[in-house]
Design a protein around this ligand. Structure first.
Ligand code: RFL
Ligand code: PHB
Length: 391
C-alpha cells in the first residue's frame, strides 16, 4: 500500500489532519489500533475554543456541531462559597467557547472522511514506523492477522500520549519537559439537567471541583482526588456528597443530582517533547505534548498543530518548498508553551496541594480575588481560555 501522508491514530489530531489534507488534494491513510466503535464512544473533552469551532465549520464538518452544541459566553470561578462570572465574550471582543463532546467530533470526522472515499484502517495491531531519517518511511502493522506495510512520503504521529511514534525517535534527539501533579480528577457523567448554564471552576478547601455539561440533559462533573485513587472506593452516594460539599454556594446553588452512567479517573500531567519532528515524522497533539485538563486545552492544541502541519504539507506538495515543514516544530511550540503556561496556571490556582500551608492558601485566594475583580486580570484569563490565535 502507498500514500502521501501516513497518519498513526484516529483521534482529533489524526482525523482533522486527514480532513484538511483531503481539502488540499493530498492523499492520506489513517492507521488506528482501536475499533471504530471504540474511538466513537471514548469519553473525553467537551470544551472547544472559538478557533477550533471556526475551523470545523469553515471546512464543512460543523453541521451537527452547529445544531447540537451549546454556545457559552462566560465561565464562573467559585471560591469562599461565592460564584464570580468571567465574561469571556465581553473581555475578548466577541469570542466564546462551545460545549460539544470530543467523541461527537470524532463521529462527524469519520463520517466525512469515509463519505469522501478516505481510508481509515481500524483495528490495526502492532503499528511500528520505520525509515524515518531516509527517503521512504513506512508504517508496518497487522490487520486480520496479516502483516501490512504502508509506504509514505511523510508520517504524522497522531497516536496520543501512549503511542509508538514518539518512542520511535532515536535516543538523544528529543528533550522531554514535564511535571506530574500530586492529584487526579474523578469525572462523572450524570443524567441530570445542568443547574447552571455555564461551567463553574471551584476552589475549595476539600479540593478542586468542576461543574460542566454535555447537553441540556447531561451534567459532567469532576472532583480532585488522589493520583492513585481507586474508583471502587467511590460509590455514587459518596461522589454526590463530595460534589455537593465542594460546589454548593452560599446563595443555595447546588448541582442537580441524577443517575451516574459513566465514571473515570484522569491523571494530571504537563509534558512537552521538543522538537516535534524528526526526519519525515511529525508529531501532533497528545503525542507531542500533554496538558492537565484544567484549561480545557488538549483537543484544541491538537487541532492547532495539525492546522500548521496541513499548511506546511500543502506548501510542499504545491511547490516542493520545505520551509514551512522545516519550521513546523518551532511554529507549533510557541503556542504550545503559552498554552502549557495557562494550563499550569489554572491548575495551580484552583487545586489544593497537600504540602501547602496557610500562606499558600491565602495567596491562592488573593489571586482568585484579583482575577475576579480586576478587568485586566480577567481579560488575560478570558483571552487564553477562549483561545490564543492559531498561528
Ligand atoms: P488521542 O485522542 O489520544 O488519539 C490518539 C489515537 O491514536 C490511537 N493509537 C494508535 N493507533 C495505532 N497504533 C498505535 N500504536 C496507537 N496508539 C494509540 C488511539 O487509539 C487514539 O485513537 O490524541 P489526539 O488526537 O492528540 O487528541 C488529544 C485529545 O484527545 C486530548 O488532548 C483531550 O481529550 C484532552 N482533554 C480536553 N481537551 C480540550 O481541548 N478540552 C477539554 O475540555 C478537555 N477535557 C480532556 C478533557 C482529556 C480528558 N482525559 C480523559 C484525558 C477531559 C478529560 C477527562
Ligand atoms: C468537560 O466538560 O469535560 C471539561 C470541561 C472543562 C475542562 C475540562 C473538561 O477544563
Amino acid at each position: 500500500m502507498r500514500t502521501q501522508v501516513g497518519i498513526v491514530g484516529a483521534g482529533p489530531a489524526g482525523l482533522v489532519l486527514a480532513h484538511l489534507l483531503h481539502l488540499e488534494g493530498i492523499e492520506s491513510v489513517v492507521v488506528e489500533a482501536r475499533s471504530r466503535q471504540y474511538v466513537e464512544e471514548r469519553v473525553r473533552a467537551g470544551v472547544l475554543e472559538q478557533g477550533t469551532v471556526d475551523l470545523l465549520i469553515e471546512t464543512g464538518v460543523g453541521e451537527r456541531l452547529k445544531r447540537e452544541s451549546l454556545l457559552h459566553h462566560g465561565i464562573e470561578l467559585s471560591f469562599d462559597g461565592r460564584r464570580h462570572r468571567i465574561d469571556l465574550t465581553g473581555l475578548t471582543g466577541g469570542r466564546s467557547i462551545t460545549v460539544y463532546a470530543q467523541h461527537e467530533i470524532i463521529k462527524d470526522l469519520i463520517q466525512a472522511r469515509l463519505e469522501s472515499g478516505g481510508r481509515i484502517l481500524f483495528d490495526a495491531a502492532g503499528a511500528a514506523v520505520h525509515g524515518l531519517d531516509g527517503p521512504s518511511p513506512e508504517i508496518r502493522f497487522r490487520q486480520d492477522g496479516e502483516p501490512r506495510t504502508l509506504d509514505c512520503d511523510f508520517i504524522a504521529g497522531c497516536d496520543g500520549s501512549h503511542g509508538i511514534c514518539r518512542p520511535s525517535i532515536p535516543d538523544g534527539v528529543l528533550t522531554v519537559y514535564e511535571r506530574i501533579y500530586p492529584f487526579a480528577w474523578l469525572g462523572i457523567l450524570a443524567d441530570a439537567p445542568p443547574s447552571s448554564e455555564e461551567l463553574i471552576y471551584t476552589h475549595h478547601e476539600r479540593g478542586f471541583a468542576l461543574f460542566s455539561m454535555r447537553s441540556p440533559k447531561v451534567t459532567r462533573l469532576y472532583l480532585q482526588c488522589a493520583p492513585d485513587e481507586d474508583i471502587g472506593n467511590w460509590p455514587d452516594a459518596r461522589i454526590w456528597e463530595e460534589l455537593h460539599a465542594r460546589l454548593s454556594t452560599r446563595d443555595g446553588w447546588t448541582p442537580t443530582q441524577g443517575p451516574i452512567f459513566q465514571k473515570g479517573i484522569t491523571g494530571m500531567h504537563s509534558m512537552v517533547a521538543e522538537p516535534m519532528q524528526f526526519g519525515s515524522l511529525f508529531l501532533a497533539g497528545d503525542a507531542a505534548h500533554i496538558v492537565p485538563p484544567t484549561g480545557a486545552k488538549g483537543l484544541n492544541l491538537a487541532v492547532a498543530d495539525v492546522r500548521v502541519l496541513a499548511r506546511a504539507l500543502a506548501e510542499y506538495y504545491a511547490s516542493g518548498r520545505r520551509g514551512l515543514l522545516d519550521r513546523y516544530s518551532e511554529t507549533c511550540l510557541r503556542r504550545v508553551w503559552k498554552v502549557q503556561r495557562f494550563s499550569w496556571w489554572m491548575t495551580s490556582l484552583l487545586h489544593r496541594f497537600d504540602g501547602d500551608n496557610g500562606f499558600d492558601r491565602r495567596r491562592q485566594l488573593a489571586e482568585l480575588d484579583y482575577v475576579t475583580s480586576s478587568r485586566a486580570a480577567a481579560a488575560a484569563l478570558a483571552e487564553n481560555y477562549a483561545g490564543l490565535p492559531m498561528d
